[in-house]
Design a protein around this ligand. Structure first.
Ligand code: GTP
Ligand code: ZN
Length: 203
């Protein structure tokens, strides 16, 4: 009988509860021996990794961004580009990843710039489809700021389409959500699209 690896209490707190035992079962199901040396700590590692990958379930929009809404004049477009995201597809539980671009036109309130990245992480770190993350980011910015318009564009590479299934290595998926002025006014939308165009390419 091998001695189980020691895991600190601090590390254990980062695990998804119950996922260690399920991972042991999973290892057995795929034909592995969870007791072999290289795999002994794997159930803990997996439970901890999934704690990180699905941390979005444990947080609210208020936790992520609620403290950084500021009153401000001005109604020019603000664009935060190239926010990298990593998510897990809800169909295969395999990663998809890429970049998100978020823009808004304020109406008296602005948001701390880092909070756009925090909002992207909040919704990416869950089991997701790319379309839903895109919509949730737009909803969040609308909810926080009630701006004159919001635009979100995401480009993602889905490993479930690359390493299995149709096995297309160069395909990427673009999703968008346009609200307010970005939806109503073609010139506003075009300004946003041309600003993010140069960086469009998930990898
Ligand atoms: N719309 C959307 N589809 C996604 C996303 N991530 C994965 N998918 C797709 O979800 C679909 C699931 O299709 P199913 O036919 O139920 O599953 P499957 O037999 O594994 O499909 P294949 O991937 O074609 O082998 C696939 O077409 C995936 O490409 C996403 O973010 N958005
Ligand atoms: Zn998938």
């Amino acid at each position: 009988m091998t001695i189980p690896p020691s895991i600190s209490a601090a590390d254990e707190r980062l695990e998804v509860p119950g996922l260690r035992d399920l991972t042991r079962e999973w290892l057995t199901a795929v034909g592995e021996d969870p007791e072999r040396e290289g795999l002994q700590k794997t159930p803990h590692r997996v439970a901890k990794a999934w704690g990180f990958l699905t941390a979005g379930y444990q947080r609210t929009l208020h936790d992520a961004a609620g403290d950084a809404v500021f009153e401000a004049d001005g109604s020019e477009m603000v664009i935060v580009k190239d926010i990298e995201f990593y998510s897990m597809c809800e169909h295969h539980m395999l990663p998809f990843y890429g970049r998100a671009h978020v823009a808004y036109i304020p109406d008296g309130q602005i948001l701390g710039l880092s909070k756009f990245a925090r909002i992207v992480d909040l919704y990416s770190r869950r089991l997701q489809v790319q379309e839903r993350i895109t919509t949730q980011i737009a909803d969040a910015v609308e909810q926080l700021l009630a701006p004159r318009g919001v635009a979100v564009l995401m480009e993602g590479v889905h490993l479930c389409m690359a390493m299995r299934g149709v096995q297309k290595q160069n395909s990427s998926t673009t999703t968008s959500a346009m609200r307010g002025l970005f939806k109503e006014d073609a010139r506003t939308r075009a300004e946003f699209m041309s600003a993010v165009q140069t960086t469009l390419r998930a990898r």
